[in-house]
Design a protein around this ligand. Structure first.
Ligand SMILES: [Zn+2]
Length: 155
């Protein structure tokens, strides 16, 4: 009986750790402007060693790392050149590698800003069900229509 209890205890502990991690990652995502960690990951490109880069809708660049997040906040840059300089000096990149990095950053799709929920999101170009320039999801597109209808009704 005791053994069984111990096992349950350790399982609960593991789940709890995973939940803390998930909460931490969602926190990181929220700090950069995303609804969930998954959304942040989808909108970002991998630079090196778990360092990711994301191009936000307001033109800023966010440089983040899930493993160092507990001690380091994500960094924000206004200019692409400043991010490149930062990464180049951080990893001691040679000129050739810096050019590769520049090309890599050009592949990173700029995120869109949802006009309903205000979160950043990665536009899915294959999607034709709603306006992905404006809304992150079918729910937000729908809610905004309902919202407008309600406002018309009140007036
Ligand atoms: Zn939205």
């Amino acid at each position: 009986m005791e053994d069984w209890e111990q096992e349950v205890d350790s399982i609960n502990w593991k789940t709890m750790l995973a939940e803390i991690d998930q909460a931490l990652l969602d926190n990181l995502a929220a700090e950069i402007g995303f609804r969930s960690y998954e959304n942040l990951e989808n909108a970002s490109g991998l630079v090196a060693e778990d360092y990711h880069i994301c191009h936000l809708s307001d033109n800023r660049w966010a440089f983040w790392n899930p493993h160092t997040y507990t001690r380091e906040d994500p960094l924000f840059f206004d200019e692409k050149d400043t991010v490149i300089d930062h990464i180049a000096s951080m990893f001691g990149l040679e000129k050739e590698k810096v050019e590769q990095l520049r090309l890599g950053l050009e592949q990173v799709h700029q995120a869109n800003h949802c006009q309903y929920c205000n979160y950043e999101f990665h536009p899915d170009s294959g999607n034709t069900e709603w306006d992905t320039n404006k809304y992150c999801s079918a729910e937000c597109a729908m809610e905004s229509v309902l919202h407008e209808m309600k406002e018309d009704f009140v007036e």
